[in-house]
Design a protein around this ligand. Structure first.
Ligand code: BGC
Length: 446
């Protein structure tokens, strides 16, 4: 049996746009209307949390969660520049109150991929003054909500926002292969983070401010120097960029040659969140297909959840958690697994992912790493950005027609772990190996 420390946070992670439904003036509304999401999907009513999050919060309470990650949609709060929507603020206050009322601790993200359309039209985080504009919004909303929340994440996955917006073209503004814009967006978001960090600490000395970053294990496909170099480049640009900025104020070579340093961000972090899902294999691109996919692929025999409409989501790889924790422990602040999960409509592989990921978390804690909580992505199926409704991440299935929530077997497994604050030998034995996969097609090379 693997016993977790007392006070360990057991949560689920969510985000505003993926759960709330219509009514925001954020940049994803237009992006979806323009048909950029696969199969023309739109978020629609999604989980309807703007009207009623409380039903699903009851499900969270039934699981025994003591924490939950939610985010604020800036596009609701400031739909037009400098016009503050007091009704939207009131709804977020009510949401946080509902969370507290059910005995859960909220961890609130100020930017989870969405911002107002007007902000996007000015160039998003590439625009001059964007960090200050974000900080103005952050300052006001933190003042409004600080009696309910003492743990704030400024940005969810700046590395994904910058990579998907400027390198892979999956998120607005949909640009591809723009390394300089990637680096500039990273710098701008970390500068914004440092301004907000200072602001919050000035007003609320006991509050904690962090960032959540995505971590992907990049595995060179062969021992060839080209594969190893490319994998290392991805790891440095994607996985380690927040770490580098927070410890040295600069990005690693060659990105540091494209942008100015930001020494003001060094050490401005009270905790760090790691969102860990998968492993991607890397083969240096020498042919056209590999160039399109950046040389990233998943071997067919690797354990996987459901594939996206076109691309594989990634190899389900619980060991990535250990690598992420070891690397980010260099910050010397408490760490949280702020997201972990797998797209899996039939719950074929999710139980194994939960059990084995938590076994890794436990192993890290036992060897002295300061890991304070685990947030599963997510409580119910929700709108998965450029993959729309194709990928299902819920412990509960959401029926889009009837709006019914049906528990997948993983919900009971997670409840069992939370209730005992431990992983039982029975679960460890039952889910020691990944289920045999009927392999989804790989979109890359091999
Ligand atoms: C994001 C979530 C997303 C999840 C599953 C994370 O990168 O923060 O918004 O739904 O991964 O792909």
């Amino acid at each position: 049996m693997l016993q977790f420390p007392e006070g360990f946070l057991w949560g689920v992670a969510t985000s505003a746009h993926q759960f709330e439904g219509p009514g925001s003036n954020n940049q994803w509304q237009q992006w979806e209307q323009q048909g950029h999401v696969r199969q023309g999907f739109r978020c629609g009513d999604t989980c309807d949390w703007w009207r009623n999050a409380e039903g699903d919060l009851d499900l969270c309470r039934e699981l025994g969660l003591n924490a939950i990650r939610v985010s604020i949609d800036w596009g609701r709060i400031e739909p037009v520049e400098a016009e503050w929507n007091h009704l939207a603020v009131a709804r977020y206050r009510a949401l946080l109150e509902s969370i507290r009322f059910r005995g859960m601790k909220p961890m609130v993200t100020l930017h989870h991929f969405t911002h107002p359309q007007w902000f996007e039209e000015r160039g998003g985080f590439l625009a001059r003054g964007s960090a200050e504009r974000f900080a103005t919004y952050a300052d006001r909303i933190v003042r409004e909500l600080s009696d309910y929340c003492d743990t704030w994440i400024t940005f969810n996955e700046p590395n994904v926002l910058a990579a998907f917006g400027y390198v892979f073209g999956e998120f607005p503004p949909g640009l591809r292969n723009r390394a300089t814009e990637f680096a500039k967006a990273m710098i701008s978001m970390h500068r914004a983070h440092s301004i907000v960090y200072n602001q919050i600490h000035k007003e609320h000395p006991n509050v904690r401010v962090g960032i959540a970053s995505n971590w992907v294990e990049f595995q060179p496909a062969t021992d060839a120097a080209s594969d190893r170099l490319l994998a290392n480049f991805y790891a440095s640009a994607f996985n380690r960029s927040s770490l580098q900025l927070l410890t040295s104020g600069a990005m690693e070579f060659p990105l540091n040659t494209m942008v100015a340093d930001i020494p003001e961000v060094i050490g401005k972090i009270d905790f760090f969140g790691l969102n860990v899902y998968n492993r991607l294999h890397v083969k240096a691109p020498f042919n056209e297909l590999a160039l399109r996919t950046g040389g990233l692929f998943v071997p067919p025999e690797a354990p996987q959840g459901d594939r996206g409409a076109e691309l594989p989501y990634g190899e389900a790889y619980p060991a990535a958690i250990s690598a992420a924790i070891a690397e980010y422990s260099r910050l010397d602040v408490p760490l949280y697994i702020t997201e972990n999960g797998v797209p899996d409509r039939t719950d074929r592989i999710r139980p194994w992912v939960i059990v084995q990921s938590l076994a890794r978390v436990h192993e890290c804690i036992s060897s002295g790493y300061d890991v304070r909580g685990y947030f599963h992505w997510s409580i119910i199926d929700n709108f998965e950005w450029s993959e729309g409704w194709e990928l299902r991440f819920g412990l509960y299935e959401l029926d889009l027609q009837t709006r019914q929530r049906r528990p997948r077997p993983s919900a009971a497994i997670y409840r069992n772990i939370i209730q005992k604050n431990s992983l039982s030998d029975e679960l460890l034995g039952r889910f020691s190996d990944p289920p045999v996969t009927s392999p989804p097609l790989s979109a890359g090379t091999s």
